[in-house]
Design a protein around this ligand. Sequence first.
Ligand SMILES: CC(C)(COP(=O)(O)OP(=O)(O)OC[C@H]1O[C@@H](n2cnc3c(N)ncnc32)[C@H](O)[C@@H]1OP(=O)(O)O)[C@@H](O)C(=O)NCCC(=O)NCCS
Length: 433
Amino acid sequence: MAKAPSNAHRRVAIVSGLRTPFVKAATVFADLTALDLGRIVVSELVQRSEIDPNEIDSVVFGQVIPGLTAASIAREVVLTSGLPRKIEAYTVARACATSVQAMVNAANAIALGQSDVAIAGGTESMSDPPIFTSRPLAHALAESSRARTLAARVKPFQKLSPKDLIPVPPAIAEYTTGLSMGDSAEKMAKENGITRKEQDEIALASHQNAAMAWKAGFFDAEVMHVPVPPKYATVADKDNIVRADTSLEALMALKPVFDRKYGTVTAGNASPLTDGAAALLLMSEEKAKALGYQPLGFLRSHAFAATDPADQLLQGPAYAAPLALDRAGMSLKDIDLVDMHEAFAAQIASNIQAFASRAFAEKLGRSAPLGEIDRTRLNVNGGSIAIGHPFAATGARIVHQTLRELKRRSLGTALITVCAQGGLGAAVVLERV
Ligand SMILES: CC(C)(COP(=O)(O)OP(=O)(O)OC[C@H]1O[C@@H](n2cnc3c(N)ncnc32)[C@H](O)[C@@H]1OP(=O)(O)O)[C@@H](O)C(=O)NCCC(=O)NCCS
């Protein structure tokens, strides 16, 4: 296998990671903001990893649906988590691949020798999305604020109709196509011939694997307990979306949500709207050695790619994975575990299909497909359908979860992928030693 990557700089170690429990929106974290969740996870990660905070030189953090009060979330995480204020920080966004982007940005700076120790991650509160006013109401408010007399202040509102007063939530839809993520998953299911049963089987495996991982204690070191402010009377100590008791029958009985008449995508085989945060501690290999850390693993390669959102929106992994594997000097056969973010079961099945498809390989200009993914090595501790998907936190959750599983199984390599809005795909090759 494996020739060394040709553009190697300093090797980047992932030393530790941590996440909050991932919980359904509007439940236990309903009163917390994304900044609260980010600050909580970063300060606990620093304490648990026993790193001297003065060693940390940068924080790269992301949020997909930013709030209006703390837009520079990475810097606010530094300023509110008790870290030294000299730590520089910046915010990134790459839709659902945001914390993959945060990780590779931090890693690239380490590889180039511009950083030694960095924290990367993401946070999301779907309980606290920004709610906008309609354009006519926004214009009326602005016009009114410029007016000098009471009559002139009132006048702009007289033009409004009742519908202008309806609040506008953030769209989980493609700007260019107007299709929601769920609509796009439906489209992929139909175009790729993915059956309802196959989707529900993927969802069932996600729940069963995640429930097994919780029961076996695998997540104990990955997921912190959060005493929930302001009263601290409740302690969130587990994901609350995982259903140990779900069954294929229960999943198959659910009604389709996006195409109610002919559709196959349901609340059971889609990732749910979720609150949570996750973070990783990264260092150069030399620094990790100097500080006496045994890294969880190393970042071997990564790639981002894109497809036309009007085509198969969530097929990004099948475009990015070949690039990441090429850059790692590996093929799918060299990979021990695959962790593919589960936006929807239809998207998982479609990407698995594309990985193995000769026609898809030809479309990419490749002589052969990547190959069949061994389902027994895919999302072995559950994925975003069961665990949940706080958009910006998912990538960091997957990286950490996968590295710990490699260690548990004494395996060496993993491929992780994330699909994202805009037809984007991310892929990362991780190695344990
Ligand atoms: C699909 C979606 C609309 C469903 O939202 P919801 O209606 O709030 O979902 P709920 O959790 O209330 O589930 C609906 C029902 O299905 C049931 N259900 C959900 N998952 C189930 C499972 N695994 N087994 C059995 N029943 C299940 C619930 O119990 C609920 O039943 P009830 O109505 O009797 O209470 C929402 O999760 C969504 O928008 N997801 C997509 C998010 C997205 O676009 N992500 C981007 C991906 S990149």
